[in-house]
Design a protein around this ligand. Structure first.
Ligand SMILES: [Zn+2]
Length: 140
C-alpha cells in the first residue's frame, strides 16, 4: 500500500507549472526522484496523475532510442507501427521502439498556475531537467 503524499505531488506539479521554462513530457520517475519516493510508488503515482488527465495534465507517450534520446511524442492512440524510428540525435536506426508515458501540463492549468506565481517562482531553475535517466514503463 502506497502512502505517498498527494499534497506534495500536487505542490510539485504546481511548482513546475509556474515556471517560465516550459515543462513538458515529464515522467512518473521524475516525480519519484524529485520527491525521493521509492520505485514501489510508481503505480500509485501514475494512477494519481492519470486521474488529472483532461484537467491539469495531458498524457502522451514518447519514443526513446536505445541510448535514451528523446524522440517523438505522440498521442496514446497513435498507430506506432508507422512511426519513423531513426534517432534524431544519434546513429541509431530501425531500433526496437521503446515507449515511455509522459505527462505535460494542459494550457489552462499552466496559465492558471503562472497567473498565481511570483516573478521569482516563474524564473526558478528547472532542476528536474538534470534527471536524465528515464526508467521503463510497462504495458505499452
Ligand atoms: Zn539516439
Amino acid at each position: 500500500m502506497s502512502n505517498f503524499s498527494m499534497v506534495k505531488v500536487n505542490g510539485l506539479l504546481e511548482d513546475w507549472a509556474k515556471r517560465e521554462v516550459g515543462l513538458q513530457n515529464f515522467t512518473v520517475e521524475h516525480i519519484l526522484s524529485a520527491l525521493s519516493l521509492p520505485d514501489d510508488d510508481y503505480e500509485a503515482v501514475f494512477l494519481f496523475l492519470r486521474n488529472k488527465v483532461g484537467n491539469e495534465l495531458e498524457l502522451k507517450k514518447m519514443l526513446l532510442c536505445p541510448d535514451g534520446h528523446k524522440n517523438q511524442v505522440v498521442d496514446l492512440d497513435t498507430n506506432v507501427s508507422e512511426i519513423y524510428t531513426d534517432c534524431m540525435f544519434c546513429e541509431e536506426e530501425d531500433y526496437d521502439p521503446f515507449w515511455v508515458f509522459v505527462f505535460s501540463f494542459s494550457d489552462n492549468y499552466q496559465q492558471d498556475a503562472r497567473k498565481h506565481a511570483s516573478t521569482d517562482e516563474k524564473k526558478k531553475v528547472v532542476e528536474y531537467l538534470s534527471l536524465v535517466n528515464i526508467g521503463a514503463v510497462n504495458g505499452l
